[in-house]
Every structure is written in C-alpha cells, then in structure tokens.
Write a protein of this length. Structure first.
Length: 256
C-alpha cells in the first residue's frame, strides 16, 4: 500500500537552535519522512544544522522557510500540535500512537501537519488554537522535558509504525479524525479566513455586548474544528455571516 507521505508536514515553529533543526531532519529521515517545514527559525541555514543532520542534508535543502504559521499550514486539512503541558486552550488530546493513526488516515485526502514548538516555551496558545488536537508524549512526570529533536524522533517512529501497519493490511482503526467524506475538507487557511470573518460579524452585530471576545472565539474555534467542516460548508457559513452583516448595516440605517 502506497501512502502520499509527502503530504505529511513536520512543522518546526520558531526553532532557536539550528542543531535541533538538523537533528530533527535526521530523526525524520531515519523513519522515512521528508516534508520538513520551518516557521521563522532564529538561525537557518546554519552549518550546525547540516553537521547534526548527519546525512539528512537533503531534507534541510528542500525545507521551505515560512515567515508565518499561516504559510506553513496553507492547504492542510488536519493540524495536530505537540504540547508538553496543559495550556489555557481546551483541545482534544492524543497520545503519539493515536496521532500517527490520525495523520496517516488524513494524508490520502490532502496535506496534514504536525507542529512542534520552541525549545523553551513550545507552541504559543495562538498557535495551538490552529490545531484540531494536541499530542502529548507520556514521559516521566518527574522529568518530563524532552529535547525538540527527541520529540520529533518519537513521533516519527510512531508514524513509521503506522505506515508499516498500513502497508501490511490497511490503516489501523484509531480515534476518528475530524474529516468529511463527500466534499473536499476545508483547509487550515480557509478555516482561518472563516474565523476572521466570524469575529468581524460578531462585532458588527454587537454579539459580545462589550465583553471580551477572546473566550467566545476560542470556544467557537473548538466547536468548528471538531465538526470537521468541508469546503462547501465553510462557504455556506460565510454566506450566512455576510447576510447577517448586511442586515446589521440596514438596522443601523446604512446601505445594504
């Protein structure tokens, strides 16, 4: 069974040490992964990255360097983010094996992404809000800190096992992924444009009544990401928002 593994993006966000980029590339290549994406690394390209890649220089040479996470996630319909600790962002949680199954089930439908954050602070809350679920490695609770490249190695190994299982007899059944079958799934960039539109519309109809909108938007993000919207559904929802904005303008005595 052949899977489009090039659809599976390993995305390193804000990496501070170039050696970790090289070590992550080596970890990926040993497990048959090749689609490394970098978001605003502090130092790259850098000789230290090539030295620690130890033969995985081709992954470094082909790795796109994105100025923003939006660029790295363009076209992705499933995004999982690694997190070593609980944040203020409520997310469904997966272990590495569940995450690997979900990602492998998704690659046949289009690009998917697995995010890794900064060495010291991990992914920021705003970045985790872009994810359908978080992935935690069940390490020793008394010494839970994992090096970035080690975390990439653990997840890459689980992805390798999932690929071998798929080749042996089809994808294993795991936790259902948030995807739809009939229509192309909404991509991360399509969903983000919808969330921006939703936020604008809620302000225009004075939904928040002067209260801080952050918590409401966070919960709405979770609701829509759980739903696994397809592209047509997003267009319908945006049409509803546009009509609500038009009616709000009429109510205020403006032009439709």
């Amino acid at each position: 069974m052949t899977l489009p593994i090039d659809n599976l993006r390993i995305v390193l966000v804000g990496t501070q040490h170039p050696g970790n980029i090289g070590s992550a590339a080596r970890a990926m290549k040993t497990m048959g992964l090749s689609a490394l994406h970098l978001v605003a690394p502090e130092r790259f390209p850098d000789q230290e990255a090539n030295t620690l890649a130890a033969g995985a220089d081709d992954l470094l040479a082909s790795a796109p360097v994105h100025a923003s996470l939006d660029e790295a996630l363009a076209g992705c319909h499933l995004v999982l983010g690694t997190s070593a600790r609980r944040r203020h962002v409520p997310l469904p949680e997966m272990n590495p094996r569940e995450a690997a199954r979900a990602l492998l089930e998704g690659v046949g439908r289009g690009p998917v992404a697995l995010l890794f954050g900064r060495e010291r602070t991990g992914l920021e809350n705003e970045e985790l809000q872009r994810c359908h679920a978080s992935v935690g490695i069940p390490s020793n609770p008394d010494f839970s800190s994992l090096n970035l490249a080690s975390a990439v190695q653990v997840l890459s190994y689980e992805l390798r096992l999932a690929v071998l299982d798929a080749a042996a007899g089809g994808l294993p059944s795991g936790r259902p992924t948030p995807v739809a079958e009939a229509e192309p799934l909404a991509t991360a960039d399509e969903l983000e444009r919808y969330f921006v539109h939703l936020d604008q519309a809620l302000h225009e109809i004075d939904f928040h009544k002067g209260k801080p909108p952050e918590m409401v938007m966070q919960r709405l993000r979770r609701l829509y990401l759980r739903a696994g919207l397809d592209a047509r559904e997003v267009k319908i929802l945006r049409g509803i928002l546009t009509e609500a904005q038009r009616m709000a303008r009429i109510a205020r005595g403006g032009r439709a």
